[in-house]
Design a protein around this ligand. Structure first.
Ligand SMILES: [Zn+2]
Ligand SMILES: [Zn+2]
Length: 864
């Protein structure tokens, strides 16, 4: 026997006593079919609350083949709610297996009984009870055959994601829906509400005249003005918890909260209340996150007009009279359907953008086809959303969308990358508002000058989703990377080794491209992004065991070998989220097998380019490995936006923008990475990636720069020479330009660094260019201290390979060890040629060298 309690009871209903014919228990014996007898144990029994309506199940009416009469002391009620069901019968099939004519498995419209309502004045009203109209069978065999005028026994309810509420009875996938309509059970009672046509006449009885077996478990009289089982459209209210009380988001298995509940309705969600600076909205910056009020929430709900909210202290308030209690203040519901368009100045064509809209209480307003409850968890949801710091909700639209807005003022934020002025604008919505158009203006001409933007590192999105998010962020190239995560393979079906999504050849406009590559990974030796290669997927994508590869996978291939294969297949090799994992890529870089290192943002909008990453990069530049920088987000969830940090690469002169042209732009080294400021930088008129040879005596070079930002305000530009700040200048926040004369007396590399910050944030390295190299005759690019640290990194990789790595077959091991020792020797020899001493360990000891170099004691296996 089970009890149904799907929430608090409405006080507007009174259960009626039933004399009945038997108890629920005896249905196990008296049932008219196996289905009824066998499932009687699951039939609801005792006091129940279903859809907020109270029922008292004690004795039940089992009407089989003769009328059963139930009598009551006269009562008046506009509604009677029945909890009833019919026996389960399969339709008959003919010898060929067909049902003809068929009313469906639910036997639509078959009359199972007449319910005859008896009034005190002797009059009667008979109501035919029809299958799939007022009643259904006790077991559902088929989806899609529910009742038209009755509902299942438990009201629909919200579900939290399994991550948010571990142990919830719903599967991970089901929990993503955030809502459940549970009407599958071994025994289903259907709720049917009868509207009494004579509410002023006392009812004294009910006669059930059956044509098929019917079980009436309970009847309840209700004093409501309209259909008690029908709720109204969504509404919202601001809910203030008493000081000191904290909100418990845990949902009961019936989907009910402890602190705020509805009887004839359901709380859909309780979201934090975001406090936006509405009065200064257009003066605040794009993506700025709101304050979160610790004790205030936005409650969204759907309910019958006479529903009541019930609070933890036992108090209640009618949903129709919110505001009487300060704890719950109603908000204008989002009922005005508006077509929202965004165009670029000078054109009427809609353009993809990132969009955020909120109402007067900070409530997020999503387009009708976007998440209202976005999910920022890893690998849980790849929809086109972005949740900055998990509290500023945005979505991407292709330039036009439909959105339901509340009447009053709504606050809109629209952006499209770093060259277009972002908009924050308040919009008045009235009943006449049907269309709203916003016009964006491109104010920084970097694209015009041949620069294109890229995110080198995005996971999980589908290619078209990546294309929309890229376009919305003004990212010309999104590199979507397939990978392996233990036993999980991602984006592998999206990889075909040839298609550039969004390109003219693929039917796009050629401005926003997506290409699927792979991130090949090893948990100790490191990760390597193989970008834009042709032909087959370079697999295995991961190697060497968990949790990048699967348990038991040997180290079967090295990063350096993956890189070589990528280049053979025409791709660009990027060392992702530089420098960690910090191991084998040292060998990849010094053997010249990498094309770029990547500055990563992950989910943080305000972290800037990490000086830790820069320090690591500078080591290679100091040793003459002029590997350029690119930027990627490693986006794996909605809490990261595509292009948070991005690569700008300048197309080779005269080249039209294509994916191949972008690859060449990266290879040329004319790149910068940025969180906002855009940069032009040259040394003697030559851009990043250039070499300017100087004679023995060195000389002076002219360094020119021009910087601009429409997003993060800039504070300083600095000239980095050989890893140190040589010049530093305070600059205007939006645009500035200048030049320096810089004396060069030894081989040097030069790069420009831009600092900046939002008014309420720390100063960050907001942009950094790739270097220009100025070799001076007779002076090598070699910093022994840096070289030694690189050497030690390779040494570490070899030590891991020799000692801990799960072993591949001998031939593979021999091959891989040669790659590692080859890199080691190349750098090691440079150190020795340069006359530098260093320690050796047993893994890298080289007795053949000792013979020539007396500074090493033969066989020394410890650091010297
Ligand atoms: Zn990685
Ligand atoms: Zn990654």
């Amino acid at each position: 026997m089970s009890e149904i309690h799907d929430g608090p009871r409405s006080p507007l209903f009174t259960p009626l006593p039933l004399t009945g014919t038997c108890t629920v228990k005896t249905l196990a014996r008296k049932g008219t079919s196996d289905a009824m007898r066998n499932n009687a144990a699951h039939a609801p029994n005792g006091p129940c609350t279903a859809w907020g309506v109270p029922f008292d199940i004690t004795r039940v009416i089992l009407a089989v083949d003769k009328p059963i009469t139930e009598t009551w002391r006269g009562f008046k009620a506009p509604w009677l709610v029945f909890m009833h069901t019919t026996d389960f019968v399969y339709p008959d099939r003919n010898k060929d297996g067909f049902i003809s004519p068929t009313r469906g498995v639910g036997r639509l419209n078959e009359c199972v009984a007449d319910y005859v309502f008896m009034y005190a004045d002797g009059t009667e009203v008979a109501v035919p009870i029809l299958q799939r109209r007022q009643i259904g069978m006790l077991q559902r065999v088929c989806w899609g055959e529910v009742c038209f005028e009755a509902v299942g026994p438990q009201k629909p309810h919200p579900v939290r994601s399994l991550t948010d509420q571990p142990g919830s009875p719903f599967s991970w996938g089901q929990s993503q829906q955030r809502v459940v309509q549970a009407d599958w059970a071994p025994w289903v009672n259907w709720l049917w509400a009868w509207e009494n046509p004579h509410p002023s006449k006392p009812i004294v009885g009910l006669r059930v005249e059956p044509y098929a077996p019917v079980v009436i478990s309970a009847v309840t009289a209700g004093k409501v003005a309209s259909m008690p089982l029908r709720w109204e459209t969504r509404k919202k209210a601001v809910w203030r918890l008493p000081k000191g009380e904290s909100f418990d988001p845990t949902l009961s298995p019936q989907g009910v909260l402890k602190q705020i509940r509805l009887d004839l309705g359901q709380v859909i969600s309780v979201m934090p209340k975001f406090d936006y600076p509405n009065d200064r909205w257009s003066d605040t910056y794009n993506n700025k996150t709101p304050e979160v009020r610790p004790n205030e929430f936005i409650v969204e709900y759907t309910a019958h007009p006479e529903a009541r909210f019930h609070f933890a202290d036992g108090s209640t308030v009618p949903a129709s009279a919110l505001g009487r209690r300060k704890a719950l203040v109603p908000l204008a519901p989002a009922t005005q359907r508006v077509r929202l368009r965004v165009v670029e100045k000078g054109s009427q064509k809609p353009v993809a953008v990132k969009l955020h809209v909120h109402g007067e209480a900070g409530e997020y307003l999503a387009p009708v086809d976007r998440h209202r409850i976005p999910n920022p968890q890893w690998f849980e949801d790849y929809s086109v959303d972005f949740l900055n710091e998990r509290k500023h909700f945005c979505t991407y639209i292709p330039g036009e969308t439909v959105i339901d807005l509340p009447l009053g003022t709504v606050y809109v934020e629209i952006s499209k990358g770093l060259e277009i002025k972002p908009i924050r604008k308040a919009v008045k919505v009235t009943a006449a508002t049907k269309d709203v158009t916003f016009t964006l203006e491109r104010v920084l001409p970097w694209r015009e000058r041949g620069w294109v933007t890229a995110d080198t590192h995005v996971h999980f999105l589908s290619p078209p989703t990546a294309e929309l998010e890229g376009a919305g962020e003004g990212i010309n190239v999104v590199n979507l990377l397939a990978s392996q995560w233990g036993e999980l393979m991602t984006n592998v079906g999206d990889f075909d080794g040839k298609t550039t999504f969004g390109s003219k050849e693929a039917g796009g406009e050629g401005e926003y491209l997506v290409r699927v590559g792979s991130e090949n990974r090893q948990h100790t030796l490191g990760h390597i992004s193989l970008v834009g290669y042709n032909g087959p997927l370079i697999a295995p994508m991961c190697s060497g065991g968990p949790d990048e590869a699967a348990l038991g996978d040997p180290v079967a291939i090295l990063l350096t070998e993956w890189a070589q294969q990528c280049r053979k297949q025409g791709g660009v090799v990027v060392i992702p989220h530089f420098p960690n994992p910090r191991a084998e890529h040292a060998a990849t870089i010094i053997t010249g097998n990498a094309d770029a290192i990547e500055m990563a943002s992950w989910g943080w909008h305000y972290g800037g380019i990490d000086p830790y990453s820069l320090s690591d990069w500078y080591r290679y530049l100091n040793c003459g490995h002029f590997i350029p920088a690119v930027a990627g987000t490693d986006k794996m969830s909605a809490d990261t936006s595509v292009g948070t940090v991005r690569t700008y690469a300048k197309l080779p002169q005269g080249r039209e923008f294509t994916y191949d042209a972008w690859k060449d732009a990266v290879r040329s080294g004319n790149t910068f990475v940025t969180y906002g400021p855009l940069v032009e930088f040259s040394v003697e008129g030559k851009p990043a990636g250039s070499r300017i040879a100087m004679s023995h005596s060195g000389g002076t070079v002219d360094v020119e720069w021009n910087v601009a930002s429409v997003t993060v305000p800039m504070s300083r530009v600095e000239l980095v020479v050989n890893g140190e700040i040589r010049e530093s200048k305070r600059i205007k926040p939006k645009q500035d330009a200048g030049h320096w004369r810089v004396k060069i007396d030894k081989s040097s590399w030069l790069a420009l660094l831009v600092r900046g910050h939002y008014p309420d944030k720390h100063e960050i390295v907001a942009a950094h260019t790739s270097p220009v190299a100025v070799p001076v005759e007779g002076s090598t690019f070699f910093a022994a201290a840096d070289a030694l640290t690189i050497l030690e990194q390779i040494e570490g990789a070899i030590a891991y390979f020799d000692t801990m790595a799960t072993r591949a077959d001998d031939a593979a091991r021999k091959r891989m060890r040669l790659v590692l020792t080859g890199a080691y020797r190349a750098l090691h020899n440079r150190l020795h040629q340069d006359g530098h001493d260093h320690g050796h360990t047993h893994t890298t000891d080289h007795p053949e060298h000792h013979a020539k170099n007396k500074r090493h004691a033969p066989g020394n296996s410890r650091r010297s």
